[in-house]
Design a binder for this molecule. Structure first.
Ligand SMILES: [Zn+2]
Length: 384
């Protein structure tokens, strides 16, 4: 199979020949106006298109439908994310998702699982929308139960290093092949540096899941300054003020920055009430996902193509850099093999073809491939 367009990283015309992997890249004198890029990767998706991944009873055909909608946004690989809940509920949600991965054609898009919580801060503010009743200290035996339920597919765990046992826990999950991510935390400087020394390598949605009012020097600065931590950001125009986004991108540099959606079930839906694990959430007409009846944000209604547009518009980064933040950088942060180099022979043929309107910073997805299989084509748009 082949596809052609402009290489998003170089701007030059290319034809890509691929099976399951990219086989060759050939330069073209003239190419169409559409771009070719590695398909987007999303490290944090709680639900999408009305489907809640945190509910153990979510039917597999609903999970399949939500993944097809993700494909239409240019995402080919993602980490369904299970948040803080009762031990049995989290375990069953993970088991349900893992069975979906094994049985669905769309399951190939599930790269692994992200468990966000329950070993986070119990404090209002850093805890975010996670239910306080189920916050608990790090427990490696619980991690092993998650691994048993998912055939060892737990790949990211977000926790707070403020727990005394955090460094030892981080060492053990990293040794077991998971990425230890810092988030929903009020850890102090020494707790953060001990966590990094123990192997933590990622900051989860830095700037969110934090106190509304903070000391002048605080855990956000510490993580911004720590070059061993890659940071991911929810760039939906709602979660982060433009000035923080710009400062954070300068502090981390593009190479240490990753886009995530943190999408919840209402993403891609109309305003109204939805579920996120144990809690009721509401999608407001201005696209905020809040705890029902409150103002507290509880995930986003973001889709990754819109995140790219927003980081270009608000963060002042180039299209190529925005794509890096949603592809190769995410692959490195999530330790996804054969996705870390970009449009290079030998990489998995997860590809996206899209148009970009530089004036309005709009992306229109034309087609998405997952390991060489076309999983989405925009029939409404003109031929690409
Ligand atoms: Zn969170």
């Amino acid at each position: 199979m082949t596809c052609s367009g402009k290489n998003v990283f170089t701007g030059t015309g290319i034809e890509i020949a691929f099976e399951q992997s990219i086989e060759t890249l050939t330069s073209l004198e003239n190419s169409s106006e559409s771009y070719l890029a590695p398909a987007w990767i999303d490290l944090q998706v709680n639900g999408f298109a009305g489907v809640d991944y945190n509910d153990p009873r979510t039917p597999h055909e609903e999970i399949a439908r939500s993944i097809r909608v993700l494909f239409s946004t240019g995402v080919a690989r993602f980490f369904p994310t299970v948040i803080t809940g009762p031990p049995q509920g989290m375990l069953e949600a993970l088991r349900n998702l893992s069975r979906a991965k094994d049985t669905l054609a769309e399951g190939q898009a599930i790269e692994g699982f992200h468990v966000e919580g329950p070993h986070i801060s119990g404090e209002d503010g850093p805890r975010g929308a996670h239910p306080r009743a189920w916050v608990r200290k790090p427990d490696f035996a619980e991690f092993e139960r998650w691994q048993d339920a998912t055939n060892g597919r737990i790949r990211i765990v977000t926790l707070s290093p403020e727990w005394p046992d955090a460094p030892r826990y981080i060492e053990r999950i990293v040794a077991a092949g998971a990425v230890a991510a810092i988030g929903h935390t009020q850890a102090n400087a020494s707790q953060l540096s001990e966590a990094v020394a123990a192997g933590a390598s990622l900051s989860t949605h830095l700037g969110n899941g934090a106190h509304a009012v903070l000391p002048r020097y605080n855990y956000i600065w510490e993580q911004l300054a720590e070059d061993r931590l890659v940071a991911d950001f929810i760039v939906d125009g709602i979660h982060l003020p433009v000035t923080f986004l710009r400062v954070a991108l300068r502090a981390k540099g593009v190479e240490r920055s990753v886009l995530v959606t943190d999408a919840a079930a209402p993403a891609g839906c109309s305003p109204g009430r939805y579920r996120l694990g144990e809690v009721d959430v509401e999608l407001t007409p201005d696209h905020r996902v809040v705890l029902a009846g409150q103002q507290r944000l509880a995930g986003s209604a973001l889709r990754m193509d819109r995140a790219l547009e927003t980081v270009i518009r608000q963060g002042g980064v180039s299209l190529a850099d925005a794509v890096r933040m949603a592809t190769v950088n995410a692959a490195k942060a999530g330790r996804i093999s054969r996705r870390q180099l970009g449009l290079v022979p030998g990489e998995r043929a997860d590809l996206v073809q899209f148009r970009f309107d530089p004036e309005n910073k709009r992306i229109e997805i034309g087609a998405t491939w997952l390991s060489g299989r076309e999983v989405y084509r925009n029939s409404a748009s003109a031929p690409l």
